[in-house]
Ligand binder design. Structure first.
Ligand code: BTN
Length: 251
């Protein structure tokens, strides 16, 4: 079903159910002495994982997959990879469905102010240092089937009354784009100006007021930019500028 998903030859494992496609792919490649190009898909996940150790609700009816990206060159732009994956997802959705989504820093895909999907990038040592990019998108879950505690946070194409895109086509387009953005630049893992501009254009976060927890308490400000380091740049209420690289911002 998914064989022709990319021009780059990849080992592809397509599962009915699994705990987490990221966990399966990491286990699959961790003892390899060669760089591994592989992908794992599942119809549903029993322990889908999100950023900051959170769960990712993954019922049947969504697209859940993980793809490995061996680091063939510079590692300096790894932090931007999650945003590149967000760009690939958002653009693929727009091309296939005409639906505009936004990238909420650093790893969420937003539709109508709610989370349509998420990205979890993890690093594994497998022959060469490898990024496992895990992507989950809510497709046909009906509103009535969304757990109550997620109702005001999560959405899907079906819940928004939008025609559900074909899973295979979406998977193909996202991975084609990611391959292109990650490997076909002059500098491997380089962030092209075009990608950076597109991430900024599709950003849900720019212009939003935020709160961010530091060791010394909560700071507040407004997001003014996304940087090529994959950080959020904010102007704080005291007028100073701050770059935030990790952790949770409330936006
Ligand atoms: C997040 O919400 O913080 C990120 C969610 C990432 C979910 C995807 S689904 C496929 C892959 N397998 C996982 O366990 N997580 C990622």
């Amino acid at each position: 079903m998914y064989e022709k998903f990319t021009e780059r030859a990849r080992r592809l494992v397509s599962l009915n159910a699994t705990e987490s496609t990221n966990a399966v792919l990491k286990e699959m490649i961790k003892s390899s002495e060669e760089p591994v190009f592989a992908a794992v898909l599942a119809d549903f996940q029993t322990k889908g994982r999100g950023r900051l150790g959170r769960d990712f609700y993954s019922p049947r009816g969504g697209l859940y997959f993980s793809v490995s990206y061996p680091l063939l060159g510079s590692e300096k732009n790894i932090p931007f990879l999650t945003l590149l994956a967000g760009l690939a997802v958002s653009e693929a959705i727009s091309e296939l469905t005409g639906t505009a989504t936004e990238i909420k820093w650093p790893n969420d895909i937003y539709l109508n102010q709610k989370k349509l999907g998420g990205i979890l990038c993890e690093l594994v040592s497998a022959g060469s240092l490898t990024v496992v990019a895990g992507i989950g998108i809510n497709l046909s879950t009906e509103k009535k089937d969304i757990p109550e505690e997620l109702l005001d946070k999560m959405t899907s194409f079906a819940a928004e009354g939008i025609a559900v895109p074909d899973k295979t086509a979406l998977f193909s387009r996202i991975t084609q784009k990611l391959d292109e953005y990650i490997y076909e630049k002059e500098e491997l893992f380089g962030v092209s100006k075009k990608s950076l501009d597109n991430v900024r254009r599709l950003s849900y976060s720019i212009g939003k007021n935020i709160k961010y927890k530091t060791q010394n308490g909560v700071i507040e400000g407004k997001v003014c930019d996304i940087t090529e380091n994959g950080a959020v740049r904010a102007i704080l209420t005291d007028g100073t500028e701050k770059e935030i690289f990790f952790g949770e911002i409330i936006q």
